[in-house]
Design a protein around this ligand. Structure first.
Ligand SMILES: Nc1nc2c(ncn2[C@@H]2O[C@H](COP(=O)(O)OP(=O)(O)OP(=O)(O)O)[C@@H](O)[C@H]2O)c(=O)[nH]1
Ligand SMILES: [Mg+2]
Length: 424
């Protein structure tokens, strides 16, 4: 295109003017410049010869200027177009590069994902293999009780040791601990270890062992419908709380509209008779007493006779404190119980003396076959194990807990409360 335009112009322009056109063309076809300049110089020589001949056809100056201007514009447009195309080309290349990069990234993520899946699969396979191997090893083991994970006597003893400490420090007597241990052994040895929760089993066996007492007032009321008076004998060692508890029980019976009389069968000490008398006066109940040193069984008998005669519902017999290993005194209490035909024989023990109270309860039970137990001084006992012990050894219910020195400090025994107190 530029070549034909150049030739056309050559026919019109003078030598000087032709140089100017060369310049325009040069900007478009730069790489060919040198060659063309040379060529134009050669052609100039020929053209100069021709120019004289063609002078008459020469176009005007304005026309030449116009044509030059047009040529310049065309060249400029072409240049811009070329530039634009190059720019587009560059951008396309850039985009292509970016696309490639993006694709590479995506491919990489895909590869990582695949690798993770493969690793997971391998791990699963390894686990399966290990499980299979363990099963094989388990099958090959000798079928002894340890490998079957069964509670053996040895294992039970180990486990019980810790519980034993808890029981003993809570004032549960050794005999009672042994009894609890035996009952648990019978229940648990040979069971699957998985099924055994020793702490829970202990709680359950203590719950089973403890007895919620029969309703004291209802028992009496029922009985006196048939036969009156209802006779209650209080036994126990010195200072256990017999006299004080008799006063508390009197107050309770009175509250429940039952009439009461007291028999001062502790003839061993003059002060004991006076002590009971003080309570009788305070509570406004009759007291049957004899001289210090008289037969306590005779006093008890007189008390019952008095109640019969005066239609009194309940007779409470106070006795002297005695040690359970003193045979003569134990014989004496047996006689009192027999002579008075006691309907209810109560052993009074102190909450704070776990092992001692248990021994005493056991001895008194053997001697007079007690019907129930009252544990005094529970207000100063933080442990509660004595209640478990005395019941475990005698199999008799605890009727009340003495919880202070006032008349109203007598609480009906509740096994759930005790279990809570021990923290089982
Ligand atoms: N804190 C507290 N003290 C009590 C309780 N019961 C009795 N006592 C006290 O224990 C001491 C002895 O009580 P007694 O009733 O005299 O005991 P006892 O068994 O009759 O004693 P003897 O007649 O000597 O055999 C007294 O100081 C009572 O006040 C109780 O539940 N809590
Ligand atoms: Mg007394």
């Amino acid at each position: 295109m530029f070549k034909s335009l150049k030739e056309k112009l050559k026919g019109w322009v003078s030598k000087n003017e032709e140089d100017e056109i060369e310049e325009v063309v040069e900007t478009v076809e730069k790489p060919k410049k040198e060659k063309k300049v040379k060529k134009s110089k050669d052609s100039k020589k020929i053209e100069n010869k021709k120019s004289t001949k063609e002078k008459e056809d020469k176009p005007s100056k304005e026309e030449i200027a116009e044509e030059k201007k047009k040529a310049k514009e065309i060249a400029k447009t072409e240049k811009e177009k070329a530039k634009e195309e190059k720019k587009k080309e560059r951008e396309a290349k850039k985009k292509e590069k970016e696309d490639l990069k993006k694709k590479d990234k995506e491919d990489l993520v895909e590869i990582v994902k695949d690798t993770e899946e493969i690793v997971e699969e391998i791990e699963e396979k390894i686990e399966e293999v290990i499980e299979d191997a363990e099963e094989i090893v388990e099958d090959k083991k000798p079928k002894s009780s340890i490998f079957k994970k069964i509670l053996t006597k040895e294992k039970f003893n180990d486990m019980f040791e810790e519980l034993e400490m808890i029981l003993v420090t809570n004032n549960v007597a050794y005999d009672a601990v042994d009894k609890i241990k035996k009952s648990l052994e019978e229940k648990l040895i040979g069971k699957s270890l998985k099924e055994v929760n020793l702490a829970n089993e202990l709680k359950t066996s203590i719950e089973d062992l403890l007895i919620n007492p029969p309703n004291f007032i209802e028992t009496i009321k029922e009985s006196i419908k048939e036969k009156s008076p209802y006779v209650i004998l209080f036994s126990g060692i010195n200072g256990a709380g017999k006299t004080t508890t008799i006063a508390k029980v009197t107050a309770l019976l009175q509250k429940n509209k039952l009439s009461v009389c007291l028999a001062a069968a502790d003839t061993f000490r003059a002060a004991a008779i006076q002590q009971l008398e003080v309570h009788a006066n305070k509570l406004k109940v009759p007291i049957i007493k004899k001289d210090y040193g008289t037969d306590p069984a005779a006093v008890a008998f007189d008390g019952v006779a008095y109640a019969k005669k005066h239609k009194i519902d309940v007779v409470l017999i106070d006795t002297a404190g005695r040690l359970q290993n003193r045979d003569s005194l134990m014989k004496e209490i047996e006689k009192i119980a027999r002579v008075a035909k006691a309907d209810m024989k109560i052993f009074l023990g102190e909450s704070i003396t776990g092992n001692d109270a248990t021994e005493q309860a056991s001895a008194f039970n053997k001697s007079i076959d007690i019907d129930g137990i009252i544990l005094s001084k529970a207000d100063v006992d933080e442990k509660g194990g004595t209640a478990i012990s005395v019941t475990a050894i005698t199999g008799k219910p605890i009727l009340f807990l003495g919880t202070g020195q006032k008349y109203e400090d007598l609480e009906v025994f509740d096994k759930e409360k005790l279990i809570e107190k021990i923290g089982l």
